[in-house]
Design a protein around this ligand. Structure first.
Ligand code: PLP
Length: 407
């Protein structure tokens, strides 16, 4: 076929060889040649309920037949968006929360930063523009999300970033305190993933997230938890905030809200932020996307949330994560990998120095498992919450064998 017209994300523009995925069921996907793979990363950290769910397809079709879409700017709404926001607010760890909708995690992060700044400005603190993030971290690819992202390689060649974003090393509370000491009155928000995901899978040091909360309280800044990966079950709770016992002001989400059946993201906005908007009764939130509250995407999300609840999949995350972690730790014990890190149902192995994570990924593919390399030394696992015990063991065996062959 020659060079494909599809210019792929996060790929070399010259790449010509791709694996065509054409079908999926549960934690398995199939390529066009009929090869089956265990989807050890829930596609791209999102397919929590597994592939091939007829309930979601039916809900989407039913919504499409009634009304495919209508916008929600100013005066308009639709029942699916209203119901979804009601359900998300109901499981979020904030009082009287409301929910802003987007189509992706990057847009959710941009929205959270804008809402954080606008709330301060409306309450009379328009100088509060600084966002404290950390390194490593992944918050997306739009200019807001990219500026917040703590991965310099992702920012290279894209020119100037959103100003006023300061990065501190992950888990270093003293560094965050130092930024507050210097910029206190200018800080709008701190943003952090409960577990750093796409930037390497690092659970927080005990006390780190609650330390961020305390600093935000002391200096009057908002705490944004970016739960694009950790939301909707990954850590055995609706949100990682609940698992780690931290109260955020804003939560960004995407991915697991629909398990990827349609694109949808958003921001849970807590009562303190909402109260700030009340300072100016005529304030208009001049922010929104064409597809904010898209009814068909919301219908997919509602069906997905029903599956998570009915099949108790959130409750399943810790035990499946434990089986995965136990298997990976046995590889560490025999020296096959350098370290094992993670929490809930998101884990990674660190490879020994000199390893090539892409080669390990390729060797795993030939053993029928799709995992994700991060940098040169990490292989990440974030399986669908419906993965079977046998499939978990297959993932562990595949990475164990792959590190031998890729050596
Ligand atoms: N925030 C986090 C924590 C993420 O993991 C991601 C994507 O992996 C994003 C934001 C960006 O989401 P999207 O790729 O949907 O724009």
């Amino acid at each position: 076929m020659g060079r494909p017209s599809f210019l792929h994300p996060f790929a070399k523009p010259a790449s010509e060889e791709f694996i065509e995925i054409v079908a999926g069921e549960g934690a398995l996907v199939r390529d066009r040649n009929g090869h089956a793979y265990v989807d050890a990363l829930a596609s791209l950290w999102y397919c929590n309920v597994g592939h091939g769910r007829r309930e979601i397809a039916d809900a989407v079709a039913a919504q499409m037949h009634r009304l495919e879409a209508f916008h929600t700017f100013d005066k308009f709404t639709n029942p699916a968006a209203d119901q979804l926001c009601h359900e998300v607010a109901g499981v979020a760890p904030m009082n009287d929360a409301r929910v802003f909708l987007t189509s992706s995690g990057s847009e959710a992060v941009d929205s959270a930063i804008k809402i954080a700044r606008a709330a301060h400005a409306t309450a009379g603190s328009s100088q509060r523009s600084v966002v404290i993030s950390r390194e490593p971290s992944y918050h997306g690819v739009t200019f807001g999300g990219l500026a917040a992202t703590g991965l310099p390689a992702n920012q290279a060649r894209f020119g100037s970033m959103l100003p006023d974003v300061v990065h501190t090393q992950k888990d270093d509370l003293d560094a965050v305190a130092a930024v507050f000491a210097e910029h206190g009155e200018r800080v709008a928000a701190v943003i952090a993933e409960p577990v750093v995901g796409a930037a390497g899978v690092y659970p927080p040091r005990p006390g780190y997230l609650s330390g961020l909360r305390e600093l935000c309280d002391t200096y009057g800044a908002w705490l944004i938890l970016d739960e694009v990966i950790t939301g909707f079950g990954r850590l055995g709770h609706w949100f990682g905030a609940q698992y780690y016992g931290v109260r955020p002001d804003l939560i960004t989400f995407a991915k697991g809200i629909t398990s990827g059946y349609l694109p949808l993201g958003g921001v849970v906005v807590g009562d303190a932020v909402l109260a700030a908007f009340n300072h100016e009764p005529d304030f208009i939130l001049r922010h929104g996307h064409t597809y904010s509250g898209h009814p068909t995407a919301c219908a997919a999300a509602l069906a997905n949330l029903a599956i998570l609840r009915d099949e108790k999949l959130i409750e399943r995350a810790p035990s499946l994560g434990e089986r995965l972690a136990t298997g990976l730790r046995s590889l560490e014990a025999r020296g096959a990998v350098a370290d094992v890190r993670g929490d809930g149902a998101v884990w990674a192995v660190g490879l020994h120095q000199g390893a090539d994570a892409s080669a390990v990924r390729d060797a795993m593919l030939s053993r029928g498992v799709i995992a994700r390399p991060i940098g040169a030394d990490t292989i990440a696992f974030c399986p669908p919450l419906v993965i079977t015990d046998e499939q978990i063991d297959q993932c562990v065996d595949a990475v164990g064998q792959a590190v031998e062959t890729a050596r």
